[in-house]
Design a protein around this ligand. Structure first.
Ligand code: WTA
Length: 656
């Protein structure tokens, strides 16, 4: 750890990592980008750079008059341009002779499969668009979608886009209450749902959940129900109809509505780990430009040969941008999987990669750490040699997980691209380019071409080396256009903390070589004896210990030090919890990064409380550590986990 700081940095940093990995020759020799050319082009004229991407990557009905109108905090990109998202994702590929190309290799959890070519997708999208039209949906109407990971989900989204009706996809793991709140906020007219979906061998009763929600959602006029699990569901006469009945008679001819570049494409509610969900607004032209650009260059997409798999759920922004819009605009072939990674066995993903010869895999650190916990035998038993590029998103990826991912999934050669972005940014903002960037395990490296990111201190002064707050200093095409129905909250949340800058809410550090290291949400930064320590760095030091699979660290009130570090730790399969190991881990952190960061208490637990998208809910752990009643647990994936942790917490010894 650094000695007493000479000034008062916003967040102190310890710099644990000095391994570097240049792009491997096999990737670099054939990569779309191998040098600095895109960054240089964008630095010279960033508006012109984005306009070139918009022109190269998309098909427009009418070209724009102005590239960017920026009236902080509102940006309008490609003003006056007209295009349709569904046409860009589907029709133009069919028209270009790519109709037989596979868009999705879909696999259900029970093992059933479907292959959708671009031509199939066109027919399905047009039919369902006609169904929606028949139900009275017109341009501007909101449609709520509450579906499992089945082909009807992207089809329904694209059908909405075809008509210019913004969709609001609600993740299938959300409760009735969450669904109702989101439907009401958007005043959606139609709900598309299913009888259920498969998860760990069980049918999740989506229609039953939806029925509870629908009791309090007066805006909904029609409900369309996809038959997936075949379970019995109640159908309300006059309101509910089966998807298959409706599409059967629907025409496969449906002209696409030419949309303004700034027309709303979708709403997506972010629940975060605390406050009331925000309806994040994304529009058409800028959003599609940046998701297509990033999908192509960050994954070094060779659309004719790659098989791409983003293992997120479409209910999150990662799925919107990198299962649906980015890959389809680029004419890619994707794998889409419905269920959980441990059904029927813990090798389901490796089996999928082997069978479909997946070459690009995009997932989250929480998944990587889960696989680490399960051990190396399962991936080692499969041929994963088709993989070329590995991506990570959603949380800081600690160096040990990064290394494990590269070694045990990527065969020790695949570049790992750690991609930083948010629901609000719409597309990847900070990331390596696999053929051009020398990576460091745990660093998202540099802002992408056309993106301007800076770290600032408490006073908003730029930090060129060290820790602080991550901000974005220029508008970007896929930026959120606001919070639905709440312009003040938009201004307040993102644009008020630092004058003239977008504040992401994340801490970050810039190292001596200018690399960006994400440090987690600043709400999670701890203050120990006046040192501001990021949870991500202590967690990373813990996971660096060979026995540790995953950890979450929080600051709990302490009379002496202000806050004391409490570490929740899950161990790898073969490791036994003991007081001795707790001591060893405390020493390990102290040696790795310094005595200030030494946890006061180490609590062993089998699991950590996570949101359904896999983010650790440190707020709940703070409640546990400080002996409080638990706050809101509705976004928790498995509520039982916290009770178990609470029991363990009361038993754990503390350092004196
Ligand atoms: C975190 C997911 C570190 C961050 C696309 C951000 C990350 C929040 C990374 C957004 C990363 C995402 N490294 N942290 N590579 N990617 N985050 O809206 O705190 O679900 O603000 O979007 O996830 O989460 P969201």
């Amino acid at each position: 750890m650094s000695p007493e700081p000479s000034h008062n940095p916003a967040i102190e940093v310890y710099g644990l990592e000095d391994r570097t990995f240049p792009p491997p020759v096999e990737v670099a020799c054939d990569a779309l980008v191998t040098g600095n050319e895109l960054h240089e082009e964008a630095e010279t004229d960033y508006e012109g750079f984005w306009a070139r991407q918009a022109g190269d990557l998309l098909t427009w009905h009418r070209e724009w008059d102005t590239i960017l109108e920026w009236d902080l905090p509102y940006a309008r990109w490609f003003v006056g341009g007209r295009l349709n998202a569904a046409e860009n994702c589907v029709d133009r590929h069919v028209a270009a002779g790519q109709g037989d190309k596979v868009a999705f290799h879909w696999e259900g959890e029970p093992g059933d499969t479907r292959t959708l070519t671009y031509a199939d997708l066109q027919i399905e999208v047009c039919r369902f668009a006609n169904v929606l039209k028949g139900l009275g949906v017109t341009k501007g109407d909101r449609v709520a979608i509450y579906l499992p990971m089945i082909p009807e989900l992207p089809v329904a989204m694209l059908a909405c886009a075809r008509l210019g009706a913004p969709h609001s996809v609600v993740f299938g793991g959300f409760s009735s209450e969450s669904l109702a709140g989101r439907i009401d906020d958007a005043e959606a007219k139609v709900l598309v749902t299913a009888d259920g979906g498969w998860r760990r061998g069980k049918a999740v009763p989506l229609k039953d959940n939806a029925d509870v929600a629908l009791a309090t959602t007066p805006s909904i006029e029609h409900v369309v129900v996809v038959r997936r699990t075949g379970e019995d569901v109640a159908m309300t006469e006059g309101r509910d109809q089966w998807y298959h009945d409706l599409v059967e008679g629907a025409s496969a001819d449906c002209p696409a509505e030419p949309m303004d570049a700034e027309d709303l494409l979708y709403l997506l509610y972010t629940s975060g780990t605390t406050a009331r969900p925000k309806g994040i607004m994304h529009t058409t032209g800028g959003y599609l430009t940046q998701v297509a650009f990033t999908h192509k260059y960050v994954f070094d997409l060779h659309a004719h040969t790659d098989v791409y798999w983003c293992a997120a759920d479409i209910g999150w922004v990662t799925g919107h941008s990198y299962i649906v819009y980015g890959p389809l605009v680029n004419g890619a072939t994707s794998v889409m999987y419905e269920g959980s990674p441990d059904h029927p066995g813990r090798d389901r993903w490796w089996d999928i990669i082997e069978r479909y010869k997946v070459s690009i895999l995009y997932t989250a650190p929480t998944a990587v750490r889960t696989f680490m916990k399960w051990g190396t035998a399962e991936p080692a038993a499969h041929d994963l040699s088709s993989l070329r590029v590995l991506g990570s998103v959603g949380e800081p990826i600690n160096p040990e997980a990064w290394m494990w991912y590269r070694q045990h999934i990527g065969g020790g050669t695949c570049p790992v691209v750690d991609t930083w972005w948010q629901t609000e940014t719409g597309a990847i903002m900070i990331s390596p380019l696999p053929g051009a960037t020398t990576t460091k395990p745990g660093s998202a490296t540099f802002p992408l071409p056309g993106v301007a990111a800076e770290v600032v201190d408490d006073a908003g002064q730029t930090v060129t080396q060290g820790g602080g707050y991550l901000t974005l200093t220029r508008p970007w095409p896929s930026m959120l256009r606001g919070i639905y129905g709440d312009p003040e909250r938009y201004q307040e949340t993102y644009w008020s903390r630092f004058e003239g800058r977008y504040f992401a809410g994340d801490g970050a550090r810039i190292d001596d070589d200018g690399y960006f290291w994400l440090l987690g949400r600043v709400d999670d930064v701890m203050n120990v004896s006046g040192h501001r320590v990021s949870t991500a760095e202590v967690e990373s030091a813990l996971v660096d210990h060979p026995g540790v699979a995953e950890s979450a660290v929080v600051g709990a009130k302490d009379e002496v030090t202000g806050q004391a570090i409490v570490a929740f730790v899950t161990l790898k399969g073969e490791q036994e919890a003991s007081d001795g190991l707790g001591q060893e881990l405390r020493r390990h952190v102290a040696t790795k990064i310094g005595p200030t960061a030494r946890p006061k208490t180490v609590i062993f637990t089998d699991d950590l409380p996570k949101t359904r998208s896999g983010k650790i809910m440190r707020r709940l752990l703070r409640d546990v550590a400080e002996g409080r009643d638990l706050g809101d647990t509705t976004t928790l994936a498995d509520p039982a986990v916290v009770e178990e942790i609470r029991r363990r917490a009361t038993e754990a010894p503390s350092e004196d």
